[in-house]
Design a protein around this ligand. Sequence first.
Ligand SMILES: Cc1cc2nc3c(=O)[nH]c(=O)nc-3n(C[C@H](O)[C@H](O)[C@H](O)COP(=O)(O)OP(=O)(O)OC[C@H]3O[C@@H](n4cnc5c(N)ncnc54)[C@H](O)[C@@H]3O)c2cc1C
Ligand code: SF4
Length: 487
Amino acid sequence: MLEVLNRITEGKGVMEDIALIEELAVGMANNSLCALGQLTPGPVLSALRYFREEFETHILEKRCPAGTCKDLVRAPCVNSCPAGVDVPSYLSLVSEGKYAQGLAIHRKRNPFALVCGRICPAFCEKRCRRGDLDEPIAIRQIKRFMADQEIKNPWTPPLLEANKGQKVAIIGSGPAGLTAALRLAQWGYQVTVFEALSVAGGMMAIGIPEYRLPRDILQAEIDNVRRAGVEIKLNSRLGRDFTIDELMDRQGFSSVVMAIGAHNSRSLRIPGEERDGVWGGTDFLRRVALGDKPDLTGKRVAVVGGGNTAIDAARTALRLGAASVNLVYRRTREEMPAEALEIHEAEEEGIKMTFLANPSRVIGVDKVEGLELVMQDLGEFDDSSRRRPMPIAGSEYVLPVDIILPAIGQSTDVTCADSCGITFNRNTTIKVDRKLCTTRPGVFAAGDAVLGPATVIEAVAQGNQSAMMVDEFLQKGEEASKESWLD
Ligand SMILES: Cc1cc2nc3c(=O)[nH]c(=O)nc-3n(C[C@H](O)[C@H](O)[C@H](O)COP(=O)(O)OP(=O)(O)OC[C@H]3O[C@@H](n4cnc5c(N)ncnc54)[C@H](O)[C@@H]3O)c2cc1C
Ligand code: SF4
């Protein structure tokens, strides 16, 4: 059994090894005559029961998410970047002033260096070994510097394989869709991206505010994808303007990648929420990004939520002239999912934070006049490993406000479900297997639509993976996999 386990930790395992370990462990437990033999397989069986996905990741992706199997972990920063960007190589090239070469290495895994240099949460820095001594290396800032040096040299992505004569459709032009499109175009497919909105970029264009991600910066990287030969059709919504049947049966697309993100703001589910003046956080940010900026001069705004979307909505409201912005969160500052720097900057700008409070009712006759809040106490730990907020009876009070922006999460718009022939999970994410294959053959999915609201670099990682899976699907029989190319 040790031999098989070692094989997996060295990245040499095969899927059959999982069944083999199980068989050996059960056999040992049932047939041993001493307690040692009966009990030792227990931890292995528990690991298989609760962490099967980790075994599969070691075998299928040759990756150790925990960063402990030394044969699979070159450097903790590379391992913790969802797309596996080769951080040490590009940092070293930057130190020699070789920015173009550094960027070329970066783009093999992540074509959005300009974007991620500005807004990536930098998972890599959290595992940087230098942090054990003093501070992590400023990997994201160095990435930004490197990418900025090359901004005057527009990138035309190299075509890596001959024209395959097959068409692939990508639904959604966020980082997942654009990354998948770029890879497939580089591998010789004719790729069309269908985008519902009038702008490309997904949440990078209509979620993340411009003061954090300037639009000319984003546009430069979208143009790179276009230069690879990808056609982006704007104002083309799946379910309204076309169906997957039409794409595959009549328009000759051999495969489809669904990268439709998670754009619906979750509602507060409290009385009065339908009143004029309650706007979903992402709806508000989208409206502003598309140029329809509401005048909030003199308005008192409450934002509900503790994540980055809540902070972005609050800071955007302030920039639109709001007299006051109060961010209401049901836990404490320590539990806020938003980046610490974002919280700090929001406070510096004058946003007030109300912790341990949860909305219970919207007050007002026709329009919003206030938000009733109930004070909370923190109870036992819940599934998210954070302490569960518990309402304190009789603690209700009213916060006088004119506008309420709920930013407590997003879900995927499933109204296109009937026109897709794919299955959605109860939480609205798209049902996929480990190969990102949906329940409909030839249709794959990637990004927030699979993961739920995540990050740009996680969407990029799934864009890479879905492209590999499409390629494998279309070239099946050749056992084609682009894993080696990405390295
Ligand atoms: C306010 C906010 C701030 C954020 N800040 C950060 C940050 O600082 N750092 C970070 O890394 N991440 C951040 N994120 C998260 C990040 O933007 C997303 O995780 C990422 O964009 C998801 O990429 P995606 O390609 O899966 O989906 P999206 O970027 O959401 O793109 C999906 C695209 O599909 C289109 N679409 C949807 N339905 C259809 C249809 N039926 N037909 C055709 N097209 C359709 C949409 O219009 C959209 O363009 C933020 C998100 C928000 C909302
Ligand atoms: S994309 Fe983000 S996580 Fe990956 S190397 Fe760059 S900053 Fe780090």
